[in-house]
Design a protein around this ligand. Sequence first.
Ligand code: NDP
Ligand code: HSE
Length: 441
Amino acid sequence: MTSPVRLALLGCGTVGSDVVRLLHEQSADLAARIGAPLEIAGIAVRRVGRDRGDLPVDPALFTTDPLGLIKRDDVHVVVEVVGGIEPARGWLVEALRAGKSVVTANKALLAEDGATLHDAAAEGGADLYYEASVAGAIPLLRPLRESLHGDRINRVTGIINGTTNFILSAMDATGAGFAEALEEATALGYAEADPTADVEGFDAAAKAAILASLAFHTRVTAADVHREGITEVTAADVASAKAMGCTIKLLCIAARNTDAAGRESVGVRVHPAMIPLTHPLASVGDAFNAVFVEAEAAGQLMFYGRGAGGAPTASAVLGDVVAVARNRIAGVHAASESAYADLAVRPMGEALTRYHISLDVADRPGVLEAVAGVFARHEVSIATVRQGPAGGGPAGRGSDAELVIVTHVAPDAALAATVRALRGLEIVRSVTSVLRVEGGL
Ligand code: NDP
Ligand code: HSE
């Protein structure tokens, strides 16, 4: 055994307190795996006097001075589970430049400005590990940044937000509307008091940027990700999906594209979409996460598990702590960020997708022809059309009909322009639902 590897723990909330618990419960095993014991040198929090229950830790370790803790000579590794952009960025840059390896779960910071952290790690010769930042307990980033480095990833499709997956799964199971399902998610502790980051897709967009950066060897930030949340998904949309043998999921899709001239780019988007029940992601229910990776040689891979919660996230944090502690003892650090491909990020309008569109229309001769003409003018090919009695529009209109149209694959800009033009037709009473369709049908 060599001398202890000493950790500065920044944050002791949901994740941090489980990091402390696991460090305590597994100290002997962790020491054996690393070849040196792990010790907590200090824990930076906002409120030293906060009641932390029966946390197995010396209260004297708590401090409100994270920077002072990081700078101490007896601190070797910094574990950041506070979150947010500042002051976390300043702390981590300070640590990395000083050669102290960092383990962080901070997806918001990595997605907004991962470049600054990677540059600081390269400057200081330190490790920067962040497995917990995407999909909690699921070992996903290490496979992308190590195991699949001999392959070429073409597409990553994932359910990477547990709160929205819980809500959509509840809407699917019970027929509830969004507001009712959100209420249930809040009552059960899945949704936070302010659910905006989850339901508007910000959390998933941050994770999508991190995944895309690793999968495509390109710096992708949250600002590059096209983002739509689930607040507009209605019970009628869910029923429509069911009628088509589909379910609705909030998907993250990061895909490589090669244009006619052979130029490669990557598109990254987060939005609700219908997927067929036969797709592997369709059966991912409750608050679980899953990521489906398509690689040239490996083929299709699926990663599944708990994407959030104290203990699952702490499991990923500790896996990283073991890795950086071992590196420290061996006197090495991991390969730095791989961003050599530097692919252009494609705008959403160029993404190739399919639309499912429900319209309330006047039920009279020539309507179908007029509607089909709009699709044709935008070079969007129709795959299927179904007509039934009007359901989605205002009651009492008399002779209306519902048209449900599913397109073939087309650029998103052409599909969106088609919907705008349909809204302008006199015979279209209302466009009651527009959803993208992914995953083959
Ligand atoms: P919490 O809000 O539960 O805990 C935050 C901790 O940071 C608290 O201990 C708080 O102190 C401390 N803190 C806040 N501000 C400061 C500050 N200025 N200086 C020092 N300490 C501060 O967050 P979580 O544990 O839920 O999340 C932590 C990180 O993990 C975030 O980046 C989050 O995105 C990420 N993550 C979380 C998951 C989850 O399931 N919760 C899943 C995956 C990632 P005090 O205790 O005194 O309030
Ligand atoms: N709020 C996130 C989710 C958990 O619902 O998945 C942290 O990543």
